[in-house]
Design a protein around this ligand. Structure first.
Ligand code: C2O
Length: 596
């Protein structure tokens, strides 16, 4: 690491917090949160509407910090106690605006057609069970049926909400800020980068699948899932999607990534593909297994997996591990580098134009089921459960749905996934320290179990204690973060208040105890803990330099244990920026270890 990469004022860092009120405020919130949670677990339908007798706020620590820094906004709302939280408002369907897709002031119209009838409420599916199967194992009869359904969808008039064009637009309008939040018109609505990611996409696929099934009069029709986590057959863009001229083909893809190229679940886009570090196939395979383990199987904490809360008036959120990778990596892998914004799969506004999108997302959605089967639990937070979205169904009715109805897919939505014994390969994976892997680099300091020399790297504290943000860009950065004693079902490394350019492909891998890590370092080692990805996206009225602020959490508990670092009072953390925007600076305000 180059010391110049770290623009951190070490002297200022020695100062204590300049916000002496903070500890008290934390106490109020911590107690409030406990009360709110207690009330919720004793009553699952715990109301959280304004004006209810809800005893306290469920504002989390992150919101409090953001509020404090921004002038106490989230606290000032209620001087006698923390503000009451509410779900994110439902989409302003009637006041949809064109989506701004790039910094060139390019707008696309992806607003929905007018509904013909009044909006209806979701009712549990009463049809037969639909079983989603792996795309690489479906037979020719299925492929024929699947193509027929898309041919019919593509043939519908473009103002029919069931048409392929309108279906693709649904992703664009929810992702490129076509809607604001009802009741809070200043707040935009974004279903990525936060806890809405999994439930929103589940609903989107549900209606997409129901429409396809109804077009071929087959109520048992189910989407296939692209089984990219399965390194034996699943991890190539499935062959049926590569048949030119068929309704499920899309010309806007990266053909260089067709078989024999294995999907790289840690893929980074490059300006010049030749400059890409050359990963041999057996390393991609091994890295993929480790990526699945590190970003799905090992993560116990809900927020770390699903993403951070967004509530009315608070849009910051934070991406969950599954969303960051493999989800976003696969988008970038599939999109065409010849197009300005990585279209189709590589950009949100265009991703729904590739039928492969729905198969990719079926596997993302399957990960929710797999994660739950590992003994993990869904959020029970009322603001999450009561968040509402609007979708057109197979009868062209506009349906109001709630997150809570998406959680039990087998009973309420009547679909399930074929069981995949191959999942065990990454669920049971236990990474080894780098020095013990087949990809060990000959670096002298990599003695198994050794602790990297923490004293050599600057200490970054939590955001309220760091005077200046830490800058990252132009190469790997290594810092240390204090590891307090503690234990819980998960241990999280949190990069606080990261500020990243909305138009940048910000992407980095995170390692602990491996300051030598670089772009070629295998991700199959226990030092690798997770990755961060941003897909460039834009909002009307923003400029090229517009940023978003987010926290990034990485689950590190098993890594710390495997590396023998449980008793270390500091962890050495290395961020390795990658991809075509790796030189573009981003910052984070602080870092901390949290037991959760
Ligand atoms: Cu809404 Cu995979 O993106």
């Amino acid at each position: 690491m180059s010391p110049a990469a770290l623009s951190l004022d070490r002297i200022k860092l020695q100062h204590r917090s300049r916000c002496p009120l903070l500890p008290n405020r934390f106490k109020i919130t911590a107690n409030a949160r406990k009360e709110a949670n207690a009330a919720k677990s004793s009553n699952p339908s715990f109301p959280s509407k304004k004006g209810s007798s809800t005893p306290a706020s469920i504002i989390d620590r992150r919101e409090l910090l953001a509020g404090t820094i921004a002038g106490g906004a989230s606290l000032a709302a209620s001087p006698s106690g923390p503000a009451l939280a509410e779900p994110v408002g439902s989409p302003t369907f009637k006041r949809c605006q064109p989506a701004n897709i790039a910094n060139t002031n390019t707008f696309v119209m992806c607003c929905p057609p007018k509904p013909k009838r009044d909006t209806i409420a979701f009712k549990p599916d009463t049809g037969p069970m639909r079983t989603r199967r792996p795309a690489h194992l479906v037979d020719e009869d299925y492929i024929h049926k699947y193509n027929t359904a898309y041919a019919k969808m593509r043939a519908l008039p473009s103002d029919d909400p069931r048409s392929f064009r309108q279906q693709a637009n649904v992703h664009c309008v929810y992702c490129n800020y076509g809607y604001h939040q009802e009741g809070d018109p200043k707040s935009t609505l974004q279903i990525h980068f936060n806890w809405l990611f999994l439930p929103w996409h589940r609903w989107y696929l549900y209606y997409h699948e129901k429409i396809l099934g109804s077009l071929i009069n087959d109520p048992t029709f189910a989407l296939p899932f692209w089984n990219w986590d399965n390194q034996d057959g699943g991890s190539y863009i499935p062959e049926m999607f590569r048949r030119e001229g068929t309704p499920i083909f899309d010309a806007n893809r990266n053909e260089a990534n067709y078989a024999p190229a294995r999907v790289d679940l840690g893929y980074a886009s490059e300006v010049d593909p030749k400059s890409k570090p050359n990963k041999p196939d057996d390393q991609i395979r091994q890295d993929n297994i480790s990526i699945m383990y590190n970003n799905v199987a090992k993560v116990n904490n809900q927020e770390a997996f699903f993403g951070a809360p967004v509530r009315k008036g608070n849009n910051n959120g934070g991406d969950g591990s599954l969303e960051k990778t493999p989800h976003t990596a696969v988008h970038i892998f599939g999109g065409s580098p010849k197009n300005p914004n990585g279209e189709d799969l590589g950009n949100f506004y265009s991703a729904g134009k590739d039928p492969l999108f729905y198969s990719h997302h079926a596997n993302v959605d399957r990960m929710w089921d797999v994660w739950r089967s590992l003994g993990n639990h869904d959020f029970r937070d009322a603001d999450y459960l009561n968040t509402e979205f609007l979708f057109f169904d197979e009868n062209q009715d506009l349906v109001r749905v709630k997150v809570k109805d998406a959680i039990d897919n087998k009973t309420k939505l009547k679909y399930e996934y074929a069981s995949m014994p191959q999942d065990k390969v990454w669920i049971d994976y236990r990474p080894l320290p780098l020095a013990k892997t087949a990809f060990a680099q000959p670096v002298a300091s990599l003695v198994p179990g050794a602790t990297a020399m923490a004293a050599e790297y600057p200490l970054v504290r939590s955001s309220s204690q760091n005077a200046e943000p830490v800058k990252v860009g132009a190469g790997p950065l290594t810092v240390t973060v204090a590891q307090p004693k503690g234990s819980a079902s998960d241990e999280l490394l949190v990069l606080e208040e990261m500020v990243i350019g909305m138009q940048n492909n910000t992407n980095f891998n995170v390692f602990i105890n491996l300051p030598e890590a670089n772009e070629s370092t295998t991700l199959s080692c226990a030092e690798y803990v997770g990755s961060f990805y941003n897909i460039p996206h834009f909002m009307p009225g923003m400029t090229e330099s517009s940023t978003r602020t987010t926290n990034a959490s990485f689950s590190i508990k098993p890594n710390v244990e495997i590396l023998g670092l449980k008793d270390a009072d500091k962890l050495v953390v290395t961020l390795v920026p990658r991809g075509k925007d790796k030189e573009k600076v981003f910052t984070f305000k602080g870092a901390r270890i949290q037991y959760a």
